[in-house]
Design a protein around this ligand. Structure first.
Ligand code: ADP
Ligand code: MG
Length: 238
């Protein structure tokens, strides 16, 4: 589960062809990083996968089924935003439980899942606090908790650490990598930060102007960059 295939996916906003045509296969359980400069289409590509934007043409398959026209809630994916998007008036427990309440689960099941997520993320002692009483890193963990309780086929992260200071970013980077090792769920992680890409990814997708310049492991990109753009971006000596 969590295998995602893009076939000739295009996206235009009016006359602007943001994604001119992308083919990509993401395997089950992979940690895939989309990396590229600001404005190259990383968020748009992630939002297309999530179903938050409609494709102009092309198909998106999730676990072998055509998901191109499925609404976001039916795709089995969970998006984690950089802005946390937490409800300030609700406790951490209620924030994490929110998607489960919406889905109509009974309270015992909700409690079980929230406790489970809190344990994975070391949030047990913060469940009765409100977001305003948490640090940036803790808030980010609550946002991840809200994704975990839904047991998604894949997690989609859009620059989740960009609001954090440098030291905390390093910490959270490790935490997200550990989370991937624990859950073994497919993760797609968007960043413009080469270091994040090189240290976190099983597979890196380098984007420029909506096109894929290269797909490979960090080592492949470093040793055999496809072109000068990739070499320059990854910082290898081509
Ligand atoms: P990134 O996440 O890599 O910084 P984005 O995917 O946000 O890039 O944006 C890629 C390009 O698409 C940018 O030129 C941006 O201005 C444009 N774009 C994104 N969303 C919209 C939109 N809703 N309407 C028009 N243009 C958009
Ligand atoms: Mg973006």
């Amino acid at each position: 589960m969590g295998q995602i295939t893009l076939k000739q996916v295009r996206k235009s906003f009016g006359d602007v062809h943001v994604i001119p045509g992308v083919d990509l296969r993401i395997e089950e359980g992979e940690f895939v990083v989309f990396v590229g400069p600001s404005g190259c289409g990383k968020s748009t590509l992630l939002r297309l996968i999530a179903g938050l934007e409609d494709t102009t043409s092309g198909t998106i398959e999730i676990d072998g089924k055509d998901a191109t026209y499925l609404p976001p809630a039916k795709r089995g994916l969970a998006m984690v935003f950089q802005s946390y998007a937490l409800y300030p008036h609700m406790s951490v427990r209620k924030n994490i439980a929110f998607p489960l309440k919406m889905a109509g689960l009974d309270q015992a099941e909700i409690d079980r899942k929230v406790e489970g997520a809190a344990k994975v993320l070391n949030l047990n002692s913060y469940l009765d606090r409100r977001p305003g009483q948490l640090s940036g890193g803790q808030r980010q963990r609550v946002a991840i908790g809200r994704a975990i309780v839904r047991s998604p086929q894949a997690f989609l992260f859009d620059e989740p650490l960009s609001n954090l200071d440098a030291a905390l970013r390093v910490n959270m980077r490790l935490e997200i990598s550990e989370l991937h090792q624990k859950l073994k769920t497919t993760m797609i992680y968007v960043t413009h930060d080469q270091v994040e890409a090189m240290t976190m990814a099983d597979k890196i997708v380098v984007l420029q102007a909506g096109r894929i310049e290269q797909v490979g492991t960090p080592m492949e990109l470093y040793k055999t960059p496809a072109n000068v753009f990739v070499a320059g971006f990854i910082g290898s000596p081509k």
